[in-house]
Design a protein around this ligand. Structure first.
Ligand SMILES: N[C@@H](CCC(=O)N[C@@H](CS)C(=O)NCC(=O)O)C(=O)O
Length: 212
């Protein structure tokens, strides 16, 4: 049964879906849709995703967008280790973290901090200090929420890796490429430790985008 994931390797949400596929040991094809070249607005992509975002999953005639839906579907349909805790409360926490990252974390840590502190200077521009400060304020709250969960030597929602970890990895790695992001992580030591541990995991290494 063919699995095609539409999206660019540098997209955080696409990487989360790829992390799920890698953790499951599934074969899949990545069909690059370069959003920086406007390809998400092309009619072919809008037919797959009316909001013009990535990723989109195609699995044996079934098409699905929204990363949390994709991640849960892949976890449930594919063999391999379960990526959603069996315990109801741990699973609720996992869903909460994915929602926090989708609603607040991505926009602040990637859309504002990574964009202003890494991409804007790379393109020869000057970061907008107000946007950066706003992103860092929200990012700090997100990190505070995660900090309590990352204590110990396990994963965010227990002793096994879950979708919450796979949502956080791509966002946190971009955030940590910036100086203010690293400073914020320096004052959230449990999350810093979690990032260090998970950073060498095979799925994380295999999906790490090559930037620049
Ligand atoms: N809620 C969506 C968010 C997807 C999303 O924002 N993807 C970004 C790339 S990481 C995107 O497609 N951006 C293109 C745009 O906003 O035009 C999901 O869970 O899939």
């Amino acid at each position: 049964m063919a699995i095609i994931l539409h999206g660019p390797a540098y997209s955080t949400y696409t990487r989360t879906a790829r992390l799920v596929l890698e953790e499951k040991g599934a074969a899949y094809a990545l069909a690059e849709v370069d959003l920086l070249k406007g390809e998400t607005q092309a009619p072919a992509h809008l037919a797959r995703h009316p909001f013009g975002k990535v990723p989109v999953l195609e699995h044996d005639g079934f098409t699905l967008f929204e990363t949390f839906a994709i991640a849960r579907y892949l976890d449930e349909v594919l063999p391999g280790p379960r990526l959603q805790p069996g315990d109801t409360r741990r699973r609720a926490r996992m869903t909460q973290i994915c929602g926090v990252l989708d609603s607040y974390g991505y926009g602040a840590m990637v859309g504002k901090v990574f964009w202003q502190a890494a991409i804007v200077p790379m393109q020869g521009g000057t970061p907008d200090a107000a946007v950066l400060a706003d992103g860092l304020a929200v990012a700090g709250k997100v990190l505070d929420v995660l900090e309590g969960l990352a204590e110990g030597d396990g994963f965010l929602c227990g002793p096994e890796i879950s979708l919450a970890d796979l949502f956080l990895v791509p966002i946190l790695e971009y955030f940590a490429m910036t100086e203010p992001g690293r400073a914020a992580l320096g004052s959230h030591r449990a999350i810093g430790g979690w990032a260090g541990r998970i950073g060498s995991r095979a799925s994380v290494v295999a999906t790490r985008p090559k930037l620049g």
